[in-house]
Design a binder for this molecule. Structure first.
Ligand code: ZN
Length: 242
């Protein structure tokens, strides 16, 4: 089975469509899974939510999904994120907000635990260093854990009760008999100084994850954000991939 692993779409329809087209054309996928933050920041929350609900078999909630749905407060968001979140809430219907409210914070599929942030804190923790990885390896029971939230593609490996970050990240990573925490990067707002949309394909036969990066029409997304009156910083950062 081949699975497209998507995270942090953030209402960016151009990036999402580029990723879905790539996954379909590149040997195809049997399923897609989403690690949350479908909405927030970007100009197309409705279309992105519809696409994710249609295409993704498993979806967990991100902090932006929960804030847009009113499940968590905006107090922990910075000004630009809060403004975009309020704008997003207003675009979504009662039914769409109910879909977001109902998303699970954690789910399990085959060998994987799926969360947005981390097993320790599914909504808020940025799992970006070895100390956090070491602590989190004891917080899930499956061989592998998929996380999003940091918008940076990363893989941590556990061996002999120690954690290490896999650096440099290979294009294709063999998941041999160790445990891994895997972040596919962000579809709609990458922050690793590479503006291309990021996602991964898991191949259960080969036992591999492959990192895929796609150029998309950033200008179109930015023009929609400008027309919607979304904050300038959020518009500019798409070009810089930060
Ligand atoms: Zn996010």
């Amino acid at each position: 089975m081949r699975v497209a692993i998507l995270a942090d779409i953030h209402g960016n329809l151009e990036a999402l469509e580029a990723v879905l087209a790539d996954a379909a054309g590149y040997g195809g996928v049997d399923e897609s899974w989403c690690l949350g933050d479908i909405v927030g920041y970007g100009p197309d929350p409705t279309a992105c939510l519809a696409s994710v609900l249609e295409k993704c078999r498993y979806v967990v909630a991100g902090n932006h999904d929960m804030a847009a749905a009113g499940v968590i407060a905006l107090a922990d968001f910075n000004d630009d994120a809060a403004k975009a979140c309020l704008w997003t809430s207003k675009q979504l219907s009662h039914k769409e907000l109910t879909h977001l409210k109902k998303l699970e914070m954690e789910t399990w599929v085959d060998d994987f635990t799926l969360v947005h942030g981390s097993p320790k804190d599914p909504i808020w923790e940025y799992l970006v260093n070895v100390d956090a990885a070491r602590e989190n390896f004891s917080r899930f029971e499956t061989p592998y854990c998929l996380v999003g939230h940091s918008h940076v593609p990363l893989i941590f490996e556990e061996a002999h009760n120690r954690a290490r970050m896999v650096v440099p990240l290979p294009a294709v990573m063999k998941l041999h008999d160790k445990r891994f925490i895997i972040n596919p990067g962000s579809v709609g707002q990458p922050r690793d100084r590479d503006s291309r949309a990021s996602y991964m394909i898991y191949d259960s036969t080969e036992k591999t994850v492959e990192l895929r990066r796609l150029s998309y029409n950033i200008t179109m997304t930015q023009e929609k954000m400008t027309a919607a009156g979304l904050p300038q910083y959020l518009i500019k950062r798409l070009t810089r991939g930060i």
